[in-house]
Write a protein of this length. Structure first.
Length: 139
């Protein structure tokens, strides 16, 4: 799942549990540009190269066995707020009732998932990062 700083869903891909989390990143980042913030599990040279070819920069914390990487203070602040995606997962599971494991058919599972996603998209108060805009206010 990919979200923006306002908690809005940008893209979603449903995969089986045995698929590497890094595999669907190319699909999730279609049409995006700028920076992608992720946790340490997404560190891979091939993924960095793939995203760089799409004008995306992958920003992650470093693992213990990696050389230190200098991030800007803005990137460091956003990495600390990466919990926003976990909050979105929690709201999808608990408020939108997506987490239900006893579906009797694949179609029923997909209907439940899609209705929960639509319910989340229509929520007026999504979790968001309080970022200040550097653009001047229009009057």
């Amino acid at each position: 799942m990919a979200i923006n700083h306002q908690g809005e869903l940008l893209s979603i891909k449903v995969t089986p549990g045995n698929v590497d989390d890094r595999k669907p990143v190319a699909f999730l980042c279609r049409g995006l540009f700028g920076r992608v913030y992720a946790d340490k599990g997404y560190v891979a040279r091939w993924l960095v190269d793939l995203l760089r070819a799409r004008q995306l920069e992958l920003i992650t914390k470093v693992r213990k066995n990696m050389k230190p990487v200098q991030h800007t203070p803005f990137d460091q602040a956003l990495l600390k707020r990466r919990s926003l995606i976990e909050t979105v997962f929690d709201e999808l599971k608990n408020l939108c009732q997506v987490e239900h494991t006893r579906h009797r058919s694949h179609a029923n599972f997909m209907v439940n998932l899609m209705s929960g996603i639509v319910a989340y998209c229509l929520m007026p108060n999504k979790p968001r990062l309080p970022l200040m805009s550097s653009a001047p206010a229009c009057q």
